[in-house]
Design a binder for this molecule. Structure first.
Ligand SMILES: *Cc1c(COP(=O)(O)O)cnc(C)c1O
Length: 379
């Protein structure tokens, strides 16, 4: 049956476990599985290859993204690393320049030394991507909205140019989740996630995902996943399944809080600029309306006076000064020294990731309490 997404998130892939009727999918805490006889298998041999709890989660995320195949990893970076093993020495990849710092770091610290070339461009302008193409370009990897400046890239436009040049499109969909945005439906080839963020939703578990539909890439990915072995543990798979059940209501509440807070920040004298995709004056608002069913709950803002940053980070009480995003608890981060410390200064300066920029992941608390908290921190 073709359920709507707010039903799919609750019931996962199987609705219930068939053999016992368990409504909460069981945690198969077993490293290995008995073979019934020589060359016989139950379908499960060893948990690095297959585990029933992880498989339920992998099928659930594939289902939510409208893809054929899902893969669960021990972190978002493990998923991104595994995607990058698709490429060979001499291949060239184009990346969004405003993206998660860890993705930038892995390209420079690890994959560059294996002979893969990277170009970083502002992918929200299609011309930059087109100009960056070379004969050996194999993929375009984008984040939209981007992290932390919230630039919106038109996924269909990128897919079209990549396809015409024989390259694939990879989208990090962490900020929007399949509840608001499904890149595979727009023609992308691979979706990656940090499941640590909205999918898990409770700031308690690290996880990562790859979702795709191409049979050939699937065969390769299965080999990479079992060879590298950075798979998600059964208990953590269950925690993410449980988190996903409330994805729809969490995101609705987080988004409505985010809009209220973005408007409030805009009206505050100490604030210079507010970056939130859900504000109609945001440059990417129209593209967002076209390709996504929501705007998410990530806000960045710059303050007029650098000196108040330290005060804000020390004084917030309800909002917690911590890395990460997407959970029920509101978190504030200082990208320049936390998530984006490894991005070179010239890129950060060009983007505006500077001393004055803060990033807010809006949680599900009462919006008045969040505003009061910001008010006292800014005072
Ligand atoms: C956090 C994050 C990652 C990395 O995921 P981990 O689970 O921390 O390894 C990748 N991309 C984005 C957009 C993120 O926010």
């Amino acid at each position: 049956m073709n359920f709507k997404i707010d039903t799919k998130v609750v019931h996962g892939n199987s609705l219930y476990e068939v053999s016992t009727g368990a409504v909460s999918f069981p945690i198969y805490q077993s490293a290995t599985f008995r073979h019934p006889g020589l060359r016989e298998t139950t379908g499960y041999d060893y948990s690095r290859l297959q585990n029933p709890t992880r498989e339920e989660l992998e099928k659930t995320i594939a289902n939510l993204e409208n893809g054929k195949y899902g893969f669960a990893f021990s972190s978002g970076m493990a998923a991104i690393s595994t995607v990058l093993t698709l490429f060979n020495p001499g291949d060239h990849l184009i990346f969004s320049d405003d993206l998660y710092g860890g993705t930038f770091r892995i390209s420079q610290e690890i994959y560059k030394k294996y002979g893969i070339e990277f170009t970083f461009v502002d992918s929200s302008n299609y011309n930059n991507v087109e100009k960056a193409f070379k004969d050996n370009t194999r993929a375009v990897f984008i984040e939209t909205p981007s992290n932390p400046i919230m630039k919106v890239t038109d996924i269909k436009e990128i897919v079209n140019i990549a396809k015409s040049r024989g390259a694939i499109t990879i989208v990090d969909n962490t900020f929007m989740t399949p509840y608001f945005q499904r890149p595979l439906e727009l023609g992308a080839d691979i979706v990656v996630h940090s499941g640590t963020k909205y999918l898990g939703g409770h700031n308690d578990t690290l996880a990562g995902f790859i979702v795709l539909s191409d049979d050939k890439i699937n065969e390769k990915m299965k080999i990479f996943q079992k060879s590298e072995g950075a798979v998600l543990a059964p208990f953590d798979s269950w925690l993410i399944l449980r988190g996903i059940k409330t994805l729809a209501i969490r995101l609705e509440k987080q988004q409505s809080n985010a809009l209220i807070i973005a408007e409030w920040l805009k009206s505050n004298k100490a604030i210079d600029k507010v970056y939130y995709v859900g504000l109609p004056e945001h440059e990417g608002y129209d593209i967002s309306k076209r390709q996504s069913s929501g705007f998410g709950a990530m806000i960045s803002f710059s303050v007029k006076d650098e000196a108040i940053v330290e005060k804000i980070l020390r004084k917030v009480k309800v909002i917690i000064f911590a890395e990460s995003l997407g959970g029920v608890e509101s978190l504030i981060t200082y990208p320049m020294v936390q998530t984006h410390a490894d991005v070179p200064k010239e890129i950060r300066d060009r983007l505006g990731v500077n001393e004055k920029l803060l990033r807010l992941s809006v949680g599900i608390e009462n919006s008045e309490d969040l505003i009061k908290d910001l008010e006292q921190a800014l005072a």
